[in-house]
Write a protein that binds this ligand. Structure first.
Ligand SMILES: Cc1cc2nc3c(=O)[nH]c(=O)nc-3n(C[C@H](O)[C@H](O)[C@H](O)COP(=O)(O)OP(=O)(O)OC[C@H]3O[C@@H](n4cnc5c(N)ncnc54)[C@H](O)[C@@H]3O)c2cc1C
Length: 310
């Protein structure tokens, strides 16, 4: 794609041309620091820009991928065909009484800090979780035995056709690491624009103390030591123990293919030692799955999403 075309797109969408890029390496936008180029990469800061971008790409028949904080993605070395729309610039967050309304691109950290500033409890377990509110809701992120969906009151979302709806909690069905926005679910394809979290008044000192504890615990466990996407596989109660313990029992802790490694400090965290390719990471994932299947007869399901061309 040539720059003039990008400039023309920016005029049609009415977006600052500096926020639309071609062949943008996705390694710059994922916490794994892995991933080839997106054909077009667009950072939007408002609902108007998002709507205009979606309708433009729909008319052109160009597929769009919605990006939050890129903290749960393994993007292929050949990158993403079509457009990546980065929502992390739509980051507003405000409270009305005990309800906090967060735009999709608001970081989970900023959301937790807003709750603390208002003396509200219910989100403190999520302090230290990388990524955005929208991505966390799409994934139904779970931290310290609590799902991010637990305090959700409503979600405002937009369909691919541009219809905007505020959906009440009663119509939103969640499960362990499952949200209604995932493929095959009721709101598959809808884009989360904002969410209202119903919280409860709490002692700010107590909220701050839990937040600090959670962040320190993650730091001590090595979560931020290397580029990663957090836990690679889901846990499954039927397996009788956490996936990390299963992988450790298979002798995989510290196992490495190129610069892709299974962390020596936590066997369910796969890390990039520096120059890991998506292909190496994928081979490492498959090696772990094969070993678990052959030795224990179990199928490990990745939690990290594979996106683009490998
Ligand atoms: C160090 C580390 C620790 C982690 N710890 C945990 C943990 O304790 N618990 C846990 O559950 N996860 C954990 N994760 C994984 C990850 O942080 C979460 O899944 C996070 O909530 C993903 O949010 P994101 O904004 O980065 O989403 P992304 O990775 O950008 O996207 C994930 C998916 O959500 C979709 N999406 C994003 N925004 C929207 C939107 N607005 N509307 C519709 N779809 C959207 C994307 O298209 C994609 O399919 C960890 C990751 C890291 C790196």
């Amino acid at each position: 794609m040539v720059m003039e075309t990008l400039w023309q797109i920016s005029q049609k969408i009415n977006i600052d041309p500096r926020r639309i890029l071609s062949n943008e390496p996705m390694s710059r936008h994922t916490t794994f620091h892995i991933g080839g180029p997106a054909d077009v990469f667009l950072s939007v800061v408002s609902l108007n820009e998002l709507s205009a971008a979606l309708s433009y790409f729909r008319e052109q028949g160009i597929p769009c991928f919605i990006l939050g904080g890129g903290s749960n993605l393994l993007v292929g070395d050949r990158g993403i065909r079509g457009a990546v729309i980065d929502l992390s610039g739509m980051r507003g967050c405000a409270s009305i009484g005990t309800v906090i309304r967060a735009q999709a691109g608001c970081s989970v950290e900023a959301l937790c800090e807003e709750a603390l500033a208002r003396g509200l409890g219910g989100l403190e377990n999520f302090y230290g979780l990388p990524g955005t509110a929208g991505g966390a809701l799409f994934m139904n992120a779970r931290c310290y035995e609590r799902d991010i969906s637990a305090p959700v009151q409503t979600i405002t979302a937009m369909s691919l056709e541009g219809i905007i709806r505020t959906i009440p909690r009663s119509e939103l069905h969640w499960d362990y690491k499952k949200s209604p926005f995932q493929p095959g679910q009721a709101l598959d394809g809808w884009i989360i624009l904002s969410a209202d979290f119903q919280l409860s008044p709490a002692d700010a000192g107590a909220v701050a103390s839990v937040m600090r504890m959670r962040k320190t615990d993650r730091t001590m466990k090595g979560h931020y030591r290397y580029p990663s996407a957090g836990s690679l596989f889901k846990n499954n109660r039927a397996f009788g123990k956490p996936t990390g313990a299963i992988l450790e029992s298979l002798g995989l802790k510290g196992y490495r293919i190129g610069d892709a490694g299974i962390a020596p400090f936590h066997a369910n965290i796969f890390i990039n030692y520096g120059k890991a390719s998506a292909r190496d990471m994928l081979r490492l994932i498959q090696t772990a799955q094969d070993k678990a299947r052959q030795n224990l007869g179990i199928d490990l399901e990745p939690e990290v999403l594979m996106v683009g061309e490998f």
